[in-house]
Design a protein around this ligand. Sequence first.
Ligand SMILES: Nc1ncnc2c1ncn2[C@@H]1O[C@H](COP(=O)(O)OP(=O)(O)OP(=O)(O)O)[C@@H](O)[C@H]1O
Length: 249
Amino acid sequence: MTSRPAAIEASGLYVSRARTAILCGLDFTVDSGRITGLLGPSGSGKTTLMRAIVGVQRITRGTLVVLGLPAGSSPLRADVGYVTQGASVYPDLSVEANVRYFGAMHSATTADAAEAIAAVGLESLARQKAADLSGGQFSRVSLACALVARPRLLILDEPTVGLDPVLRAELWERFAAMAAAGTTLLVSSHVMEEASHCSSLLLLRDGLLLAQLTPAELAERGRSADLERAFLTIIKAADRGQEERPVAP
Ligand SMILES: Nc1ncnc2c1ncn2[C@@H]1O[C@H](COP(=O)(O)OP(=O)(O)OP(=O)(O)O)[C@@H](O)[C@H]1O
């Protein structure tokens, strides 16, 4: 792995929800200017971790440093973008009005809004009311609203769900261009084939970090070029060797 400055550093990170341990002592770093994939089965804690990073989820124990400050610090608001699974878009406004509205909070220009809309492939629908879009189009408005703020760190919770393969490929190209320009991206996904677009992968399982590795290392460790199969092999190996699950403090 390269030794870039870390955009996110977690050390002994525990998070509990409703008195249940959800994240159990995570240690990892996310390099700046890279795409890091957050992968794991449903319920493994991906959204909880993302919420902790953006500062809307209380940490039970450990440290979580984001862009050099404790997660949730107010100066981070302008620097961290978060696109949730549930689109935070005003259905009665047009695509353009939505993006310009979010852009205005970050002093973005009309041209910035148009660029963000183009980045998610919605130019031809810019004047359309968000309520009249398809599910995939609607979620892309959310993404454009995050892009227009030009955050240094962009947290994306399953951004490619419901998108066709062409659009999915275009979005990953867009993410790669953003990373090349210095933005740090943390992207969660269920789709293991998307892991190949990432520089580094965090593999979560039941609130534990099974591994942090590159896609090539995942293929090698899981003994398959098919990353889904490789991940399953690692999960099965972890299940076989699993010791008692750490208890939240
Ligand atoms: N508000 C809550 N109170 C208590 N437990 C919760 C709450 N929200 C989520 N959980 C539990 O936390 C665990 C992790 O949930 P989380 O949403 O972080 O997983 P995930 O990996 O993002 O799942 P998915 O891929 O299905 O979105 C799950 O077992 C879930 O039931």
